[in-house]
Design a protein around this ligand. Structure first.
Ligand code: HEM
Length: 413
């Protein structure tokens, strides 16, 4: 029996759905919560409990290399054309399951302990202020390219001990990989594969040299930290290279996009902005609400390693499954008035799925939260009349399913 949603042939990568996804999530959640998409050739889970269970279900593997190979095979393309990317993915903790995931995760996680994160606050603040100072004599700016796109990558690069100049090259190469892996973002898939493979090879070459240098001259950066854990029987050099690349990539676009998505919600909900200005103790809850309401990672994906029965449907071994973090965040079964942006929600009503859940819960959540807190505190302080620029429209990126953020967010103050 075909459900209404299946008859509608919903297209998850339709630009309209990417632009304004909340009605699309609602339709899926209500009409076909375990939805098979013929467009993306994958399942979509959108209810809060299904997403949460999916994230801790060992029958759903995080092996993104397999997902990418599977997608290429479906298109009749050879997995060989993306070998450099998939081989690197296989060495990253984010793509490992079970015990193989635990080891690199534990060894890296100690570097993100709260007292270490707090010691990074001055660096985060310095990096932000450097960009905000450039706007001191202005009353308008496009905050995405001028501030938000600059700050998170500089912070993570500095934590890894990578110079600003090298960071720019790495960013360019990394974007070629993101274009390929964010479903629906790449228009010409073969060209995207070529560029991604090339970019990945350059990243790996650069990081291998950096790691050799750091082995000779250790410092107090994250790379030296991972190398010390390698000496204690941890990761191989290739794994340190792959996980350094993962931190660099994961620490960049997500936080940039969350800064933009969060500010947009604040500025389009002036009553909430006024509340926050009146009571600065609402800053932390406001950030949690921004993350719940408009997360930068709307979906994460998995591949089934066993058959799974769910709500009368059968997800077969080998099928790709998209878990809707953003859709779960808007599920009325989990949140009261789920589609209302409310910075005064009960704390337990603010716990969102935006950093994931279970074994792969975001390793950088503490860093991201500190970056968001410092950025919003400083923005509100420096820009008392902050508002959207009514003469220039904000623009969402053509980002595909896995990332959602603005490429332009013009404001005045
Ligand atoms: C994992 C979101 C910032 C490093 C994840 C996952 C999500 C996420 C949803 C889980 C992926 C999955 O289950 O497949 C976010 C958001 C951020 C952010 C919304 C900003 C607002 C950061 C930062 C870093 C980072 C700043 C690094 C410095 C990682 C790593 C993983 C991860 C290493 C993989 C963890 C594992 O597999 O065990 N992130 N992230 N993230 N994130 Fe973040």
């Amino acid at each position: 029996m075909a459900s209404a949603a299946r008859k509608l042939q919903l297209n998850p990568v339709d630009p309209e759905n990417l632009l304004d996804p909340v009605p699309f999530y609602k339709e899926l959640r209500e009409q076909d919560p375990v939805h098979w998409s013929d467009v993306v050739h994958a399942w979509f889970l959108t209810r809060h409990d299904d997403v949460m269970n999916g994230l801790r279900d060992s029958r759903l593997s995080a092996d993104r290399a397999k997902v990418l190979e599977h997608q290429f095979q479906l298109m009749g393309l050879s997995p060989e054309s993306i070998r450099e990317v998939t081989d690197t993915f296989k060495r990253q903790m984010a793509c490992k399951d079970g015990a193989a995931h635990l080891k690199p995760r534990r060894q890296t996680a100690a570097a993100f302990a709260p007292h270490v994160l707090d010691s990074w606050r001055p660096l985060i603040h310095r990096t932000l202020v450097k960009h905000l100072d450039k706007l001191r004599h202005r009353r308008e700016a496009d905050l995405i390219p001028e501030v938000f796109y600059q700050m998170p990558p500089l912070v993570i690069a500095e934590l890894l001990g990578i110079s600003a100049e090298d960071r720019e090259r790495l960013q360019e190469w990394g974007e070629a990989v993101t274009q390929l892996t964010s479903t629906g973002a790449a228009r010409n898939i073969l060209e995207a594969a070529r560029l991604a493979n090339e970019g990945q090879a350059k990243i790996n070459q650069f990081l291998t040299a950096l790691i050799e240098e750091r082995r000779r001259e250790p410092g107090d950066d994250l790379v030296s930290y991972m190398l010390r854990s390698q000496e204690q029987g941890g990761m191989t050099t290739e794994e340190v290279v792959a996980n350094t690349g993962l931190l660099l990539a994961a620490g960049h676009l997500t936080t940039t996009d969350q800064l933009g998505n969060g500010l947009y919600e604040l500025l389009t909900n002036p009553d909430q902005l006024a509340l926050l200005r009146k009571d600065p103790t609402l800053l932390k809850p406001a950030i949690e609400e921004m993350m719940r309401f408009a997360p930068p990672v709307p979906f994460v994906h998995r591949i089934a390693v066993d058959n799974i029965e769910l709500r009368g449907r059968t997800i077969r071994k080998g099928d790709v499954v998209f878990l809707g973090l953003a859709a779960a965040n808007h599920d009325p079964a989990a949140y009261k008035d789920a589609d209302r942006f409310d910075i005064t929600r009960d704390p337990h009503q603010q716990k969102s799925m935006s950093f994931g859940f279970g074994p792969h819960h975001c390793l950088g959540a503490g860093l991201a939260r500190r970056e968001l807190e410092i950025a919003f505190e400083e923005l509100l302080h420096r820009m008392p009349e902050l508002r959207l620029d009514e003469t220039r429209m904000p623009r969402i990126k053509a980002g595909g399913l896995l990332f959602r953020g603005f490429e332009s967010l013009p404001v005045r103050w």
